[in-house]
Design a protein around this ligand. Sequence first.
Ligand SMILES: Cc1cc2nc3c(=O)[nH]c(=O)nc-3n(C[C@H](O)[C@H](O)[C@H](O)COP(=O)(O)OP(=O)(O)OC[C@H]3O[C@@H](n4cnc5c(N)ncnc54)[C@H](O)[C@@H]3O)c2cc1C
Ligand code: FES
Length: 265
Amino acid sequence: MPRAVAHLKRRETVGPGHYLLHLACPEIAASAQPGQFIHLRVGDGTDPLLRRPFSVMLTNPDEDDVQVLVRTVGRGTELIADHEEGKQYDLLGPLGHGWPKPGPGEDIMLVAGGVGVAPLIFLADSLRTVEDRPYVRAIFGGADQDALVCWTEFASRCEEFTAVTEDGSAGETGLVTDVLVPEIERDRPQRAYACGPDAMLAVVAEICAGAGIPLHVSMEQWMGCGVGACLGCAIPAAEGGYVRVCTEGPVFDADQIDWERMNER
Ligand SMILES: Cc1cc2nc3c(=O)[nH]c(=O)nc-3n(C[C@H](O)[C@H](O)[C@H](O)COP(=O)(O)OP(=O)(O)OC[C@H]3O[C@@H](n4cnc5c(N)ncnc54)[C@H](O)[C@@H]3O)c2cc1C
Ligand code: FES
C-alpha cells in the first residue's frame, strides 16, 4: 500500500469551519488522479486511532503541492483545524479509483454539494488542457453561502456555473436538484459527475437515470482501514451484496449502487 509523508505548508481558512491544506508531498503530487483520496493519520499516537479520508482537490507536481479541503465535523477534523505549518502527516495514497474521463468534446455536467466540490474541482482542472476538451457545466449547492467554499476555484474551471443555496443567501434558492432538472431540459448533457451528501446523490441518480444520462458518483463513506480489509466502508450494490468504497470506489457508476438500500441506512 502506498505510504508517504506530507508536511503542512499552509492552512487557509476558506469559510467557517472549512480549511484548505497545502501539503508538500511529492509522491501524491506526481501520481494522484482526479477522484482519488488520501487517508491521513491526523493525530499523534492513537487519538484518534483511525486515519481520516480526504479527496485530493488539486495538485501541482512542479511544486510538490497537494491541496485538500477539510470541513470540521468531529474529533479528527477539529485536530486538523489546529495544526500549524510544518505539521508532519503520515498518509496512505493515492487510494481508490478516480473519475472516468469524458469523451472528446463531450458536454458534461458536474454536480457538487458542500465539500463534495473538492474532487470535482480536480476533475474540471484536469480537463482544461486536454485536446478537444469537453464543455463543462457545473452546479454547486449548499445550505448557505458559507457552504459554497472554493466556488471561484470551481467556477473558473467550468464553461457554465450555477450556485444554489437552500436559504437563498447566494445564487439561486433551493437544492442542486431543483437546478439540475431545468438544466437537463434546456440542454441534455452526455454525461454527469456528482459528489456530495448521500441524499443528494440518490436524487441526482434518479434524475439522471430518468433522463438516460450516464452518471458517475463519488461516495464519501465513513472509513476504517482505507485499503479493503475491514469492510467499514461497504455500501449496498445494485447486483446484491456490498461494494467497498475504499477499493472499488470511491467513484462508481451510479447504476452500480442500490440507492433504495442506501436511503434505508
Ligand atoms: C473518499 C472520501 C473523500 C472525502 N473527502 C473529503 C473532503 O475532501 N473534505 C472533507 O471535509 N471531508 C471529506 N470526506 C469526509 C471526511 O473523511 C470525514 O468528514 C472525516 O473523516 C470526519 O472525521 P472526524 O474525526 O472529524 O469526524 P468523526 O468524529 O469521525 O465523526 C463526526 C461525525 O461525522 C460523521 N461522519 C464521519 N465521517 C463521515 C463521512 N465520511 N460521511 C458522512 N458522515 C461522516 C460521523 O458519523 C459523526 O456523526 C471524505 C470521505 C471519503 C470517504
Ligand atoms: S475502509 Fe476498510 S474496507 Fe474500506
